[in-house]
Design a binder for this molecule. Structure first.
Ligand code: APR
Length: 176
């Protein structure tokens, strides 16, 4: 039985008309490639300006791995962008799974704190950061399901950029 608060779609997260889209950023929050690049391109230059204005926790770092920061979304159809920094996958022995769980947990908390009713996630860390897609999806789905059990009004969209990733999520969610 698929959870009716969770939906899996294949597509481009910058087109999602939800309250918040999550960006798989890096610690500078100054943009990059992948979904980070797509979000900044679609949001327009004001997004970078807001990110640059966020306080540096240490030189060049505005968001620690596993943490999340909220900004406006400017020219994107969403209301907010929640920037989170996923772990770079090494050997799975450096707390990568816990950090990835933190990304989902902190993004969800930030969304609820800002009265969001819907939030869209990309497959955080599974691109440039090389996190194994199936393991990442298992972490994403388990963290989101646990959070939703206490937040019945929140809707979560997993936006997969390719069919392979979408089928991993569909398989996980229909396996109840
Ligand atoms: N919409 C949805 N998903 C997307 C999009 C998009 N427009 N573009 C890419 N993706 C997917 C990728 O296919 C991958 O499944 O997002 C997932 C995460 O991949 P990356 O964007 O490479 O993010 P990540 O692996 O977390 O690496 C973050 O990459 O872009 C830089 O600045 C970023 O340094 C940071 C690093």
């Amino acid at each position: 039985m698929e959870n009716n608060q969770i939906e899996v779609v294949e597509g481009d997260i910058t087109l999602c008309k939800v309250d918040a889209i999550v960006n798989a950023a890096n610690r500078t929050l100054l943009g990059g490639g992948g979904v980070d690049g797509a979000i900044h391109r679609s949001a327009g230059p004001e997004l970078l300006k807001e990110c640059e204005a966020l306080p540096e926790l240490e030189p060049g770092v505005r968001c620690q791995t596993g943490d999340a920061k909220l900004t406006r979304a400017y020219q994107l159809p969403a209301k907010y962008v929640i920037h989170t920094v996923g772990p770079v996958s090494r050997d799975g022995l450096h707390g990568e799974a816990e950090k990835l769980r933190d990304c989902y947990q902190h993004s969800l908390e930030l969304a609820v704190q800002n009265n969001c009713r819907s939030i869209a996630f990309p497959a955080i860390s599974t691109g440039v950061y090389h996190f194994p897609p199936k393991k990442a999806a298992e972490i994403a789905v388990s963290t989101v399901k646990e959070f939703l059990s206490n937040h019945p009004d929140l809707e979560v969209l997993f936006v997969c950029f390719d069919r392979r990733t979408a089928s991993i999520y569909h398989h996980l969610l229909s396996d109840e």
